[in-house]
Design a protein around this ligand. Structure first.
Ligand code: PXP
Length: 236
């Protein structure tokens, strides 16, 4: 089974546009769970321009499904994750002002940082994941760190989807390498109603996808309940 974790950053972005509590992030997250999603993902950025640290503390106390916190492991992020103890932490090599995540880790270049922070999260009993490009060579480098899962960065798959048979190939190879190493597989970025089912059908052992932008955008047309159902159907 592949779990659907909905990234609710866009809901916070909409709320922050007015400085009020509309839409109510917590209620939306609880409804997303009620409509069948198996997890909620948040990606607090250093400038808190969408999800705030306060939001994460609040969400963590109320949601029943899996909470996945994504981000760059600076001091504030480490404190937040160790306080909240989510089910999963996904480390992303984001520079502070980047618009959205745009690359996976260079594991060898960040080996000591990654081993140090992954060790702390493991000690706290939190499942760990690192964001990775779909490159066989780069994924092979996870042998140098102790991590439970990788999240494959799917932007290249989404942008190459017009030739989907070709676009999926590096992901199949990267997924196989991770699986052979005993590392679990997540995926995310730019997945949508057009490209999700083909990805799921071709990537064996896909444990979780985290989806935000397209899912929240689709819900403007279909409504949140129906949209969550449509994404879940792609994962069957
Ligand atoms: N995974 C990571 C690491 C991300 O940074 C994001 C976007 O915040 C996503 C998944 C979800 O991407 P999208 O919003 O395009 O579905």
């Amino acid at each position: 089974m592949t779990k659907l974790s909905v990234n609710v950053n866009k809901i916070a972005t909409l709320r922050n546009a007015r400085g009020t509590n509309v839409p109510n992030l917590l209620n939306v997250a609880l409804d997303i769970e009620k409509f069948g999603a198996e997890g909620i993902t948040v990606h607090p950025r250093p400038d808190e321009r969408h999800i705030t640290y306060k939001d994460v503390y609040k969400l963590s106390k109320s949601i029943d499904t899996e909470l996945n916190i994504e981000g760059y492991p600076n001091e504030n992020f480490m404190k937040l994750v160790l306080d909240v103890k989510p089910h999963q932490v996904t480390l992303v090599p984001d520079p502070p002002h980047v618009l959205t995540s745009n690359a996976g880790w260079n594991v060898l270049g960040n080996k000591s940082l990654l081993n140090e922070v992954l060790g702390e999260f493991k000690k706290a009993g939190i499942r760990t994941s690192v964001f990775m490009n779909p490159s066989a060579k780069e994924v092979e480098e996870i042998q140098y760190i102790d991590v439970d899962r990788i999240e494959l960065y799917t932007e290249a798959y989404a942008s190459g989807f017009s030739d989907k048979e070709k676009a999926i190939l590096p992901f199949i190879e990267a997924a196989k390498i991770a699986t052979e190493m005993g590392v679990g597989l997540n995926a995310g970025h730019d997945l949508n109603l057009d490209n999700l089912a083909f990805f799921k059908q071709n990537i064996e052992g896909l444990l979780e996808v985290s989806i935000g932008h397209a899912l929240i955008s689709d819900s403007l047309y279909y409504g949140l309940e129906k949209t969550v159902g449509m994404y879940k159907k792609c994962l069957k």
